[in-house]
Design a protein around this ligand. Structure first.
Ligand code: 13P
Length: 339
């Protein structure tokens, strides 16, 4: 394991007020996203869509890394350049989602545990050879009556830690993603309580599994009201609560916290990030690793048509730019109107 290389990659991922584009939707998820704009999901439409995003002129000013799916990492631009090589040349670090999805948790089938550890060591070696320098594994924690159970938190935390150890052994920076879902009518206080318990379980296991904190990235949810909660917490409260929870649970040695958007609107995901970055010094760099909050406007503009290429790339670049401003705490809603 090369500690210097891991820390250097993590440093590149959080540098210069840039963030990550999560473009690692599995075949099932991208099909759902395409369906919403009337596009049929085939290997070629998926490739063309990802090429539209990756080849957006100027994107490297705001995006430091891209998380790909197995199929995407093996695909090429229409000029025949592998996506990983294309991105690396631009100074964008290629990454890969390596988990195999959240499955029912035996003994507590209403909860989920993420699978994919079998054969992971060999897959990571192959991904490294294909150019990936970081990886992602997402655990899904649902809030409901009596859930999450301690069992669910421990099972997911242990899988995250085993994945992270294998990544560091293979020279890939692990993105550790424990996502407490926004679904439900719970309050922001309940989200804070569950996020605290989740992060406690995760960092306990990371410690047991000897993870080098300087060579990892945390990708958490923000602490936020449930989507169906009648009392939605405002931007300032979300920023303050998220920072409070993170300060209690995330060691300062972790270089970067790159949030998921989790179903927030593109504008809110940007506003929350910016508010956190205006709150004053935090021990870690706070940035973004969004899928929907970066892609939705671009996907809607694209609609699978080559004629819409410039419009969709503009929409994507715009969101990337606004989120980069949010990394500096410099985003204002007035910027949305200017767009
Ligand atoms: P969202 O930003 O759409 O939540 O996706 C981020 C991600 O990578 C989920 O694993």
């Amino acid at each position: 394991m090369n500690l210097k290389e891991l820390a250097r990659t993590a440093g590149q991922m959080i540098a210069d007020h840039r963030g990550l584009l999560a473009a690692d939707e599995s075949a099932g998820t991208i099909e759902k996203r395409f369906k919403s704009v009337g596009v049929i999901s085939t290997e070629e439409t998926r490739r063309a869509y990802r090429e539209m995003l990756f080849t957006t002129p100027g994107v490297e000013k705001f995006i430091s890394g891209v998380i790909m799916y197995d199929e995407t990492l093996r695909q090429k631009t229409s000029a025949g350049v592998p996506f990983a090589d294309y991105l690396t040349k631009l100074g964008i670090v290629p990454g890969i989602k390596v988990d195999k999805g959240a499955k029912p948790l035996a003994g507590s089938p209403d909860e989920k545990v993420t699978e994919g550890l079998d054969g992971l060591r060999e897959r990571l070696q192959e991904y490294h050879a294909l150019g990936a320098r970081f990886a992602k594994w997402r655990a899904v924690i649902e809030i409901g009556v009596g859930v999450p159970s301690n069992y669910c938190l421990r099972a997911n935390a242990q899988a995250l830690a085993r994945y992270a150890a294998l990544c560091q052994e293979a020279g890939l920076v692990p993105i550790v993603e424990p996502e407490v879902l926004m679904d439900g009518a719970h309050t922001i206080e309940r989200c804070a309580e569950v996020t605290l318990a989740t992060l406690k379980a995760v960092f306990d296991e990371l410690d047991i599994h000897r993870i080098i904190l300087e060579g990892m990235i945390l990708k958490p949810n923000m602490v936020i009201s449930g989507m169906q909660c009648p009392q939605q917490a405002g931007v300032a409260q979300v920023a303050a609560e998220t920072l409070r929870v993170l300060r209690l649970r995330v060691p300062a040695a972790v270089p970067g916290i790159m949030f998921l958007s989790g179903g927030q609107s593109a504008e809110l995901a940007t506003a929350h990030l910016s508010a956190m970055n205006t709150h004053g010094p935090a021990p870690w760099t706070l940035s973004f690793s969004y899928a929907r909050a970066l892609q939705t406007p671009a996907l809607e503009a694209w609609q699978g048509r080559t004629a819409n290429l410039a419009a969709s790339q503009n929409a994507f670049l715009r969101r990337a730019q606004l989120n980069s401003a949010a990394c500096a705490g410099a985003y204002t809603t007035r910027m949305e109107k200017a767009a």
